[in-house]
Design a protein. Structure first.
Length: 245
């Protein structure tokens, strides 16, 4: 019964082959597992290429970051410089404005001082004029007043003469008329008539006229002072004159 023996033999052979197959499959599985865990040269080379390709990207990002940082620093420095320039301009402008304001204040103070000094001088002149006017006597516009005013001037110029002596000679010469004129004596014939209170001819009046009095023979005060000055020079004083002189 070879047929019955053959299946049993076959089953025995299969069992042995099966064991070998299982062992082979296990070995192949381990190898496959090892292959999958440890990449081959091609896979490693591909990974290396991937890393190499990624490296420029990383470098470019770092370079861009550095470049951006440089630009930012430059802009910041420019802004700081601009701020410094603006601050310097503002300070210079403030100094110029302060200087101009100080100059304006100084000018205003100088003008105010000059104005105050001018006012002070004007006030002093007015006060002096007022004092002088208060001290200056007011003389009557008549013979008495003319003689007294003439005598005050004569005193300043050391010209002698008393009220009595002047009055006496005036009454004899002109009767107290300041517009009196002699048109008949030798002086009149010579073209230089005697005029005024003390009947003085023009050459004598001009020679003995006192500055500060009117240069007019008919002016009563000027006439008295010039005549008394002449009489003092020739007779010592008008008091010593008792006739035509």
């Amino acid at each position: 019964m070879s047929a019955s023996r053959t299946p049993g033999y076959s089953r025995l052979n299969l069992n042995k082959n099966h064991k070998f197959s299982i062992a082979g499959v296990a070995a192949l599985g381990a190898a496959a597992l090892t292959f999958s865990l440890v990449p081959g040269n091609a896979s490693a080379e591909a990974d290396t290429k991937s890393v190499t390709a990624a490296a420029p990207v990383a470098w470019s990002a770092a370079a861009g970051s550095a470049q951006a940082k440089t630009v930012h620093t430059s802009i910041t420095q420019q802004q700081v410089g601009a701020d410094k320039v603006a601050k310097a301009v503002a300070e210079a402008r403030a100094k110029a404005d302060a200087k101009a304001e100080a100059a304006a204040k100084a000018k205003a103070a100088a003008d105010a001082k000059a104005k105050a000094e001018a006012k002070k001088r004007a006030d002093e002149r007015r006060a002096a004029a007022s004092r002088a006017a208060a001290r200056k006597p007011v003389y009557a516009n008549n013979l008495d007043g003319w003689i007294r005013e003439a005598m005050s001037i004569m005193k300043k110029h050391n010209i002698p003469g008393s009220y009595e002596g002047i009055h006496r000679n005036i009454i004899r010469e002109s009767s107290g008329n300041p517009r009196a004129i002699n048109n008949w004596d030798i002086n009149a014939i010579n073209g230089i008539p005697s005029k005024g209170l003390l009947q003085v001819i023009k050459p004598t009046f001009d020679a003995y006229h006192i500055p500060g009095t009117k240069h007019d023979q008919y002016d009563p005060v000027a006439n008295i002072v010039a005549a008394c000055n002449y009489a003092a020079d020739r007779y010592g004083s008008m008091d010593n004159v008792n006739s035509a002189y």
